[in-house]
Design a protein around this ligand. Sequence first.
Ligand code: ADP
Ligand code: MG
Length: 252
Amino acid sequence: MGEWQLRSHRVFWGAQCGAACLWQPMCEWLGHNRAMAKIISIVQVKGGAGRSTLSTNIAGELSKRGHVVLLDCDMPQGTSASWYAVRQELRGGELVERLVLDTAASHAELIAKAQEHAGADFIVIDCPPRIAEITRAALVLADLALVPVGASLPELWASSDVVALVEEARKVGPVDARVVWTRFRANTKSARELSAMAAKELGLPIMVSALALRVAYPDAMGEGLTVAEVGDKAAKTELVELLAEIAMHMNT
Ligand SMILES: Nc1ncnc2c1ncn2[C@@H]1O[C@H](COP(=O)(O)OP(=O)(O)O)[C@@H](O)[C@H]1O
Ligand SMILES: [Mg+2]
């Protein structure tokens, strides 16, 4: 396998990108038929960082504004897929009618699924905690990539692998990757201190909105809901703020 290269606005993987190249569908698509759907990828190499929590809450709330595909790429764990199954079983009706769940297990499948769902308004990709082709593809495809990081220095240090991944993806094209603090606690280092450390450690911009440490997050997940739907006002406020900031960065 070779290096990713960008030549004349087309993406190539390897020296002889052609019909046999696994990346050809992405080359074609990025070069000529960029999806209409806005793609938000939730990327983190560290496990348990809050990817599925972020993915399900964003997808659930966005489905009130348009058609959303929640693409669970972290199979067989499938936390987002399980959340969706509970949502469908317990709530059904209007809560799921504009939200579709799909899965992808490889970068080729991810590209194919992104193309298949290009007519949706939003695609939210819950990535696996791996430095892998599928994660790089999710970064390249994204209009906005969110990197959840637990709001503490040890969790920040454990997130440094994601930087290499973002840098690799940037060889292909521009990647707008931003950190979202999760499990933020009032008694941890101040947001300003942490953000300064994150800028130094990760070199990625930080979203102003953060998700606090709240039982509403695991509770909502278990019930197939978003935190805005479980009646926790503070959680709802921070989620609404996050969505507004996401919309601002994606120009929607
Ligand atoms: N802001 C938060 N407050 C409280 N618990 C959280 C928060 N974010 C995530 N969690 C919990 O942390 C655990 C890991 O989160 P999850 O979203 O499944 O991570 P990942 O998908 O990155 O493995 C879950 O039990 C989840 O409920
Ligand atoms: Mg997960």
